[in-house]
Design a protein around this ligand. Structure first.
Ligand code: SF4
Length: 339
């Protein structure tokens, strides 16, 4: 088993099963994530424990094959043990460093504006592979991580259990100790899974990729909308807010002449009126699709119309356009170079 996939609860169970004190779980997590240990010899355990742990667990991490960095962002391309690739991005924000992690190799959701969706889902990432992205970013760039966005390649709720365990690990006091409100799981809108997530004992934050104020447009941009309408998704998001008292973020990527008019903004404000949602306007960042990014003045106007109609909205800063940071781009470039 990979030690980076083990939550505190999982390790406690393991120690109980081998007749050892489950309190050792916290010592292991603290040693790995706070002290950077990469074998079991420095934990002060008895020799027989060290042998048993070394037989049962490995410390394997993905291999870093490409690394790009500038002032506002950094990006890693990782080769997984079976030769597949995963991408992860570090965003240097004013209030701390946020790592954006991938949860699948490829994605089946088929969003029209998304480069990652061009590669169909080949497999889910394991908890260790998702956690490994945070670990490698912090090691490679010697950075403290204060937030995590589960918004890279893949639909997190299509890989629910691995993402749930990842959230436990990255927020564990003995692990990265990132605050639950600073870890955001972003879904394209799988309504039943949003409700299941709300039922977890201590869920992290939630973001919904909305991207359109009506079902017609959203179904054209995001095929998942044909399965779960905007109403079903927003009702599930409201249920999450009521259960957890966390405000839900609605992500809205600004696509030129597609979803970015003042009228779209008015419709969006009307759609969410009276609900505790927060709209985050995201600059579009890809050159390989038919879509283009909205000009800054259009984004300003859209934001102003939302606010004038009572919505809470912000514009996200642009990260990493010059690093080719759109999801899937680094992998595609790497493969082009190496063939
Ligand atoms: S936007 Fe997210 S859910 Fe949609 S295709 Fe891309 S990776 Fe998948």
């Amino acid at each position: 088993m990979n030690i980076y996939g083990m939550t505190r609860a999982g390790l406690c169970k393991y120690f109980e099963e081998i007749g050892e004190n489950p309190a050792k779980a916290a010592i292991i997590l603290d040693g790995i994530y706070k002290k950077g240990m990469t074998d079991f010899s420095g934990f002060g355990f008895a020799e027989r424990n060290i042998r048993r742990l070394s037989e049962d667990f490995d410390f394997a991490l993905p291999e870093v094959v490409e690394k790009r960095e500038n002032e506002t962002a950094a990006k890693l391309l990782l080769r997984l043990s079976d030769g597949e690739f995963a991408e992860t991005v570090l965003m240097r924000q004013r209030f701390g460093n946020v790592v954006c992690v991938s949860t699948q190799v490829g994605c089946n959701m088929g969003c029209a504006f998304c480069r990652s969706g061009l590669l169909k889902r080949r497999r889910d990432l394991t908890t260790a592979e998702i956690l490994g992205q945070v670990l490698l970013v912090s090691r490679e760039f010697s950075e403290e991580i204060s937030g995590v966005s589960v918004m890279g390649i893949g639909e997190p709720f299509d890989n629910f259990n691995a993402v749930k365990d990842f959230c436990e690990l990255v927020t564990d006091d003995c692990g990265f100790a990132v605050g639950r409100r600073r870890v955001t799981v972003s879904t394209c809108g799988i309504a039943p899974k949003i409700r299941e997530y709300a039922e977890l004992p201590r869920p992290c934050s939630l973001a919904i990729s909305l991207h359109a104020p009506d079902d017609d447009l959203r179904s054209r941009l995001m095929p998942i909308n044909k399965r779960y309408s905007i109403k079903e998704v927003l009702d599930a998001a409201e249920y999450f807010t009521k259960k957890t008292v966390h405000r839900v973020t609605l992500e809205y990527v600004m696509l030129r002449d597609v979803n970015d008019s003042a009228e779209h903004a008015e419709r969006l404000a009307k759609l969410i009126a009276g609900r505790d949602f927060y709209v985050n306007l995201i600059p579009y960042n890809s050159t390989d699709t038919e879509f283009r990014k909205s000009p800054p003045e259009r984004v300003e106007e859209f934001c102003a119309v939302l606010k004038a109609n009572g919505a809470v909205a912000t514009k996200r800063r642009e990260f990493g356009a010059e690093l080719d940071a759109a999801c899937g781009q680094l992998r595609a470039d790497y493969l082009k170079k190496s063939t």
